[in-house]
Design a protein around this ligand. Structure first.
Ligand code: ZN
Length: 448
């Protein structure tokens, strides 16, 4: 295989108007497929009065009803067990079971055929190749593989492009670090939280400086962190490696990635996915850069359980600039900036948890962990922020300085005031998969 810049030089540099034509063509095909094979989709589209012959333009696509996770949850467990009425292939063609993490409720099952699985690997091959993975790389995966999709497709794609893959599944953190050292692994994949935690374990419990190990690139997924500049910097400094973001989801696929240029955002893989951004208030589709909305996404080639105009609740915006890497696929600025469910009004001001992370991780002297608790007492709302100092025995003067800097930066970036609590070193909870650092206690009070 040649060492070209692109995994698929034709699709990745296709002129914009050709990508758009391809998207309409593929959308029509997957829409027809879902209409013909899924009772659930046919009912949804018949109720809306839309049939495959109505789809000719992006305007037509916008009239296709969106699907929410809760709708998928409702049809599961029905025939054919356990997937229900959105299954588009005979059960015997299903070869892979995965489920969503269930962070927002009952998990959703995801069936894939072998062809779908090959599609997953192909999508991930774009990602890894764009981030500089090549056959000479030795990739370590420090993740407990299980019923969730993370990082199975990354594993198989790394093999597909010719890398050597070391599955670090059941090893504990220390054993993983020793294996990376022993085998001189050059790349790894993980959640930003876990990769930061690994560096902390190496330094504080093993006397190993992770920046001296041989890892030179890290693919992060599962959380927004690798697109938050201060978190990216912490990760890169800790490991002396390039850190790249990727966003994907069980029910969607691996739809976006940061390339080696690190352009301050992620490319949408537009040959494989149609991404639309919807204004949360008006429902209008946003075409112009710089306006945030929630992502409505279609996986253009996935068959067993199609993903057609799925309301992902991920908040994104188009970037104005194109990328120096030469890929023609559009960039989303700053990656996924949050979940529509997490972006909440506090004291009348819109607050995205990622903005707090950006500030906390930019302050010297603070550890990587933090916790945000939004609460109310009668009508008065308050935000409590807990952070950790790095020092075992912190100097009170230094703590005051940190507190002042945090308060100033937070007011500047979020227009809100916080009750800041400076906690001792390593006192806040640690997370391996999806960190839960943002707690909104107002919701449970409203329900009472
Ligand atoms: Zn690029």
């Amino acid at each position: 295989m040649t060492d070209s810049t692109y995994w698929n030089p034709i699709l990745e540099t296709l002129p914009r108007e050709k990508i758009r034509k391809l998207q309409i063509k593929k959308f029509r095909k997957i829409f027809q497929w879902a209409y013909d094979h899924s009772k659930f989709h046919r009912q949804l589209y018949d109720d809306a009065g839309i049939t495959p012959k109505d789809i000719r333009s992006f305007e037509d696509i916008r009239r296709v009803p969106t699907v929410e996770k809760s709708m998928m949850r409702d049809i599961q467990g029905k025939d054919p067990f356990p997937y229900g009425e959105a299954l588009c292939v005979p059960l015997e063609e299903v070869t892979i079971f995965r489920q969503t993490s269930g962070t927002t409720g009952q998990p959703v099952y995801q069936p894939d055929t072998w062809q779908d699985w090959e599609w997953w690997m192909e999508c991930w091959s774009y990602i890894l190749w764009a981030q500089g993975y090549r056959p000479r790389d030795r990739v370590f995966i420090p993740f407990g593989y299980n019923i969730f999709v993370a990082f199975w497709a990354g594993h198989y794609a790394a093999e597909k492009i010719g890398c050597e893959v070391i599955p670090g599944g059941v090893l504990d953190t220390k054993a993983r670090i020793l294996k990376i050292q022993e085998l001189r692994a050059t790349a790894m994949m993980g959640t930003p939280t876990y990769i930061l935690g690994m560096a902390e374990t190496a330094r504080s419990k093993m006397g190993i400086d992770p920046s001296q190990l041989t890892i030179d690139k890290i693919t992060c997924a599962g959380e927004c962190g690798a697109s938050i500049p201060s978190t990216k910097k912490r990760l890169e400094d800790a490991w002396n490696a390039k850190v790249y973001d990727h966003a994907g989801a069980t029910e969607i696929g691996a739809w976006s990635f940061e390339c080696a240029e690190q352009p301050g955002g992620m490319h949408v893989n537009e040959a494989m996915f149609l991404v639309e951004i919807e204004d949360v208030e008006t429902g209008e589709i946003i075409e112009e850069p710089g306006r945030r909305g929630k992502m409505i996404i279609t996986a253009l080639d996935r068959q067993a359980q199609p993903c057609v105009r799925f309301d992902s609740k991920d908040v994104i915006e188009w970037a104005a600039e194109s990328c120096a890497c030469g890929r023609s696929a559009r960039l989303i600025k700053g990656g996924v900036v949050g979940r529509a469910d997490d972006i909440t009004k506090v004291k009348g001001v819109l607050l995205a948890p990622s903005a707090i992370e950006e500030v906390v991780r930019s302050v010297d002297g603070l550890g990587d962990e933090y916790e945000v608790i939004v609460d109310k007492d009668g009508d008065a709302e308050r935000i409590q922020l807990k952070v950790e100092v790095l020092d075992d025995k912190p100097d009170p003067d230094q703590c005051r300085l940190i507190e002042t800097e945090l308060a100033d930066q937070l007011r500047l970036k979020t227009n809100l005031r916080y009750d800041i609590e400076i906690c001792g070193c390593e006192t806040l909870p640690r997370y391996e998969v999806k960190a839960k650092r943002f707690k909104d206690l107002r919701k449970s009070k409203n329900e009472k």
